[in-house]
Design a protein around this ligand. Structure first.
Ligand SMILES: NC(=O)c1ccc[n+]([C@@H]2O[C@H](COP(=O)([O-])OP(=O)(O)OC[C@H]3O[C@@H](n4cnc5c(N)ncnc54)[C@H](OP(=O)(O)O)[C@@H]3O)[C@@H](O)[C@H]2O)c1
Length: 253
């Protein structure tokens, strides 16, 4: 199948394109660097024409540092433009990557953007699958990089069930070449503490940083405590544990 991957040069998009190509599919990379822009609509008609499915894994640069309004605008406009180009191009399946917790937490800016994206995709002209995923194993270190000032950083004491981006790519490819499924949840194999993930990732990379657990100064407030960011009982659990992912991050002394 010919499958357009919007955001096909990003952290999720790049392995998704590889998995599709390894499976014998024709993956079309759609990004600003390949001449298409979801915000303005530039290049989308040409990229999507004749595809069987489009998977949108785009996100604005500095995703985690954006305001809720900014993210709502990006994901609403992008989803509308992709949906309209998909309809014009005869595409039958529009897959969007959303986030677990989007229906339970209002605070984090990314979730505001993902709510807008889900609403637009569901109201759009092409049948959809919304894949709600948990954060990646990189999330602890990403959060520390976002809040870092000097030699210290803040990480919220959040419980989540992180996944390997490679596993997510395999699942997104499977979804893309199948029929529209409405909504599904995917997650990593077991719960982890974000502060512990950040500490262990930075230690493995030999990046010394004074990490403090804090709600203040991070995108998450105390409403994210407890099990609110964990997947539901029907989520598909992907295999790679945080511990085994970390073995590949580890830098020898
Ligand atoms: N587990 C996870 O990692 C996870 C979980 C849930 C949801 N997600 C979602 O997955 C998406 C991608 O995350 P990521 O970490 O892969 O992001 P990323 O590495 O920053 O990649 C973003 C991609 O979007 C493209 N892009 C940015 N602005 C664009 C525009 N205006 N038009 C077209 N393409 C544009 C970028 O390419 P150019 O710069 O060349 O345009 C790039 O290919 C995000 O929406 C994120 O919320 C990820």
């Amino acid at each position: 199948m010919r499958v357009a991957v919007v955001g096909g040069t990003g952290r999720v998009g790049r392995p998704l394109v590889e998995v599709l190509r390894r499976g014998g599919h024709d993956a079309v990379v759609v990004a600003r660097s390949t001449g298409a822009d979801v915000v303005t609509g530039r290049g989308l008609d040409g990229a999507l024409a004749g595809c069987g499915a489009v998977v949108d894994v785009s996100g604005p640069s500095w995703l985690s540092a954006r305001s809720p309004r900014d993210l709502e605008r990006f994901f609403a406009a992008g989803t509308d433009r992709v949906g309209a180009a998909a309809r014009r191009g005869g595409v039958e399946h529009h897959v969007v990557l959303s986030a677990v917790g989007v229906d339970r937490l209002t605070g984090p800016p990314l979730l505001a953007g993902k709510r807008a994206q889900e609403e637009r995709a569901r109201r759009g002209p092409v049948r959809t699958t919304v894949v709600r995923a948990t954060p990646a194993h990189e999330a602890g270190a990403d959060l520390a990089a976002l809040t870092r000032t000097g030699d210290s950083a803040l990480v919220p004491p959040v419980l989540l069930q992180p996944l390997a981006v490679q596993d997510l790519a395999v699942e997104l490819a499977r979804v893309a070449v199948g029929p529209p499924r409405g909504l599904l949840e995917v997650a990593g194999p077991r719960p982890e503490d974000l502060v512990d993930m950040a500490r262990r990732t930075l230690a493995a990379r030999r990046e010394p940083l004074d990490l403090r657990a804090s709600w203040r100064g991070t995108p998450f407030g105390p409403e994210a405590a407890g099990e609110v960011l964990l997947p539901g009982p029907r989520a598909l659990l992907l295999p790679t544990t945080f511990d085994s992912w970390l073995l590949d991050v580890w830098v020898p002394a």
